[in-house]
Ligand binder design. Structure first.
Ligand SMILES: [Zn+2]
Length: 338
């Protein structure tokens, strides 16, 4: 039976895999209720009956029906689960992002529909912001850097652009600030209003544990104050981009990934929407690896789905060190009781 197809590895396999409504449904159910205990998303009770022909449950407690889409970004959407799953797959795994045109032609919806789907998924990719949790720590090396997106001088190096632009450095440009923890291999990035000392240092203060080592360039904004709480070192980019371990090449790599996706895929992005594209790129970047283990496309889909469905995957879920439904040998093929 095709119900026990192995988990998809490529986009083509994903399209085939999710085109079977039963298989697609079972996959989503497994991700939503990993322990197999389906509970009503509205009242959280488990007293219900499953209507198999319609793939819905009827809750005896609140007397309402629910589907696997209820209380997710898919709720109230007429788009079928198979199309959503392929969209999740593509956004989780296509390194340079996907355009609404690509998605539209892949899953056969209008471009407008595809655009709305993508925007909803990007919202989910943002995750539950970071709260008070910080990256870094004693012994961790981090890079902090900013980049300018849009505007006529977009191909110029940022310092030269600042000098060249007599009308004000930020005219027509959107600024994105980012921090990379080299040890954790995680990035935090967001659109910021300006490159003042207060703004940039505030990003670092609120995201990085005191005592961390931070590398920046020699921008004035980083010049003073950081060394009180961090080990701070910088490269003077008019002289060299690298001095031993002191460089921001990791952030530069991220910026080029982001810019490639913006130029190649997203033809024109208004500043208002830019933060969503940043979140999207951060999601893919931060889920390349967990520890030393390289995540597969199916893993990344599972992480994204866990955010869609409102629960978090743990490290052990991802590494298969538990009874994860995604585990290569124990997770696949096991029938989930409905
Ligand atoms: Zn209920």
């Amino acid at each position: 039976m095709d119900a026990i197809l192995p988990e998809p590895k490529t986009l083509q396999e994903a399209i085939v895999y999710f085109s079977n409504p039963d298989r697609c449904f079972a996959y989503a159910v497994k991700l939503r209720w990993p322990d197999g205990n389906v509970v009503c998303p509205r009242c959280a009770t488990a007293k219900h009956s499953f209507i198999k022909t319609r793939r819905i449950w009827f809750c005896y407690t609140c007397k309402k029906q629910f589907t696997v889409k209820v209380k997710t970004i898919m709720e109230d959407s007429p788009i079928t689960l198979d199309k959503w799953m392929v969209a999740f797959w593509m956004l989780a795994n296509c390194k340079n992002g996907i355009s609404s045109y690509e998605l539209a032609s892949t899953i056969k919806v209008t471009q407008t529909t595809a655009w709305f789907m993508l925007q909803r998924i990007r919202e989910v990719m943002k995750g539950k912001k970071f709260g008070k949790s910080k990256i870094g720590g004693e012994g961790n090396e981090l890079e902090a850097d900013e980049t300018f997106i849009g505007g006529i001088a977009k191909n110029m190096h940022k310092r030269r652009r600042l000098q060249a632009d007599g009308l004000g450095p930020f005219k027509n440009k959107t600024i994105v600030h980012g921090i990379l923890d080299r040890n954790l291999r995680k990035i935090r990035a967001k659109v910021v209003p300006n490159v003042s000392r207060e703004t940039l240092q505030d990003e670092i203060l609120s995201n990085v544990k005191f005592g961390s080592t931070i590398y920046t360039d020699n921008a004035v904004a980083y010049g003073d104050g950081l060394q009180r709480r961090f080990v701070h070192d910088f490269v003077n980019k008019t002289e060299a981009y690298v001095r031993g371990r002191v460089h921001t090449n990791g952030m530069e790599n991220f910026w080029s990934l982001l810019k490639r996706s913006l130029k190649g895929t997203y033809v024109a992005v208004e500043p208002f929407h830019l933060s969503r594209y940043v979140d999207e790129q951060v999601f893919r970047y931060n889920h390349r690896k967990e520890g030393d283990r390289k995540l597969t496309n199916a893993d990344r889909l599972a992480v994204l789905m866990s955010q869609v469905l409102g629960h978090r995957l743990t490290y052990s879920d991802l590494t298969g060190k538990s009874d994860s439904p995604h585990h290569e040998t124990t997770g696949t093929g096991a029938e989930v009781p409905f």
